[in-house]
Design a protein around this ligand. Structure first.
Ligand code: ZN
Ligand code: ZN
Length: 355
């Protein structure tokens, strides 16, 4: 295990590559995880492009499943050989927000953000404090396990929406997050539509979601007859302010996509006169992650996985997430590209096939 491992290392804006690294040292309370798969997400891409601040020299990756290789002294909940997933949203338990039951808003995040300012999971091995290692339910594949973290994000945001059982829900954007939103809602019997501009991505979404989910172009969704949606979940991060008029009276709009430059002119009057709630959920709570692990027993999350590539092909993996250049006529909403052929891309450290 002392042999060097491969890792995707961030080396400053515009630069990231596969490098040889020593396996990370681990101490008391730590778990050494042999990574099986690590998902590539928009955050990784934003870091590499210099749009999301990260520590130079950090190993990227925060959506991982793998096997416990070794444990440090004092670790009792997992043992070598256990199949696990990593909750990369660390918190300290000691700061004021943590003590008030708001660990998602932990004030001591610095140096604790996996794949951002602390070495992440796009590597042969990752060291994770025991507290943030969860055993995968029996029979859940690594491919499915890699989607638990994005699922936790989704559950957090859907919880913030507080949908009623008879709500109609419209999800904007059929990227991995939008598709997961639709999958969870459909599994709960909700009436859900998914609006996606890119025909390629819409096609992939249609193929992986139950037939009860309507996947439509945004214009088509806007023209659809019937009652307006009671809940709109925007995963594009750039829904126009007009979305407040499109939601039913008393309805809720959840802003989930995160784009630094996104600014919308919001007709505040709609909040007042039509009783619309415009909400943001923040990072997920430990309980959301716990629930995501549990739901992974039944939700076919691995259906989102379109590509599994070896770490060496990291650059290609990022390119698969590429979006159309600004000025594509659709407001450059980041989901308006043509010809997406990927939904979720996973990386494997050694390129061997994974279940
Ligand atoms: Zn992510
Ligand atoms: Zn804290």
């Amino acid at each position: 295990m002392k042999a060097a491992m491969k890792a995707v290392v961030f080396e400053g804006a515009g630069r990231a590559g596969v490098r040889d690294r020593e396996p990370p040292p681990f101490g008391s309370g730590d778990v050494l995880v042999k990574v099986a798969v690590s998902g590539v997400c928009g955050t990784d891409r934003a870091i590499v492009l210099g749009e999301f601040p990260a520590l130079r020299g950090v190993v990227l990756g925060h959506e991982a499943a793998g096997e416990v290789a070794a444990t440090g002294p004092g670790v009792g909940s997992v043992a070598p050989g256990d199949r696990v997933v990593v909750n990369p949203t660390y918190y300290c338990s000691r700061c004021r927000p943590c003590r008030r039951g708001l660990p998602a808003h932990c004030a001591a995040k610095e140096g604790r953000e996996v794949g951002v300012d602390r070495d992440g999971t796009m590597a042969g091995f990752a060291v994770v404090p025991e507290h943030f290692v969860h055993r995968l339910p029996a029979g859940v594949s690594f491919r499915r396990g890699a989607l638990v973290e994005p699922l936790a994000c989704v559950l957090n945001n859907l919880r913030a929406a507080r949908p009623r059982w008879d709500d109609r829900v419209l999800v904007l954007g059929a990227g991995p997050i939008g598709a997961l939103c639709a999958m969870v809602l459909a599994s709960r019997g909700a009436r859900v539509a998914l609006a996606e501009r890119d025909p390629g991505r819409a096609e992939i979404a249609r193929g992986l979601l139950p037939p009860t989910v309507r996947v439509q172009a945004p214009e088509e969704a806007a023209r659809a007859r019937g009652p307006a949606p009671d809940v709109v979940v925007d995963t594009t991060g750039s829904a126009p302010g007009g979305v407040l008029d499109a939601v039913a009276p008393g309805g809720t709009v959840v802003v989930m996509g995160e784009r630094e430059a996104a600014v919308a002119a919001v007709p505040l009057r709609a909040l007042v006169t039509r009783g619309i709630r415009l909400v943001g959920a923040g990072p997920y709570r430990p309980a959301d992650f716990e629930l995501a692990v549990e739901l992974a027993r039944d939700l076919p999350l691995e259906r989102l996985v379109t590509h599994v590539l070896p770490l060496e092909r990291f650059t290609e993996a990022l390119a698969l997430l590429a979006v159309a250049p600004a000025g594509d006529g659709g407001g450059g909403d980041g989901y308006g590209g043509d010809g997406y052929s990927a939904m979720k891309v996973l990386l494997t450290p050694d390129g061997s096939p994974v279940s």
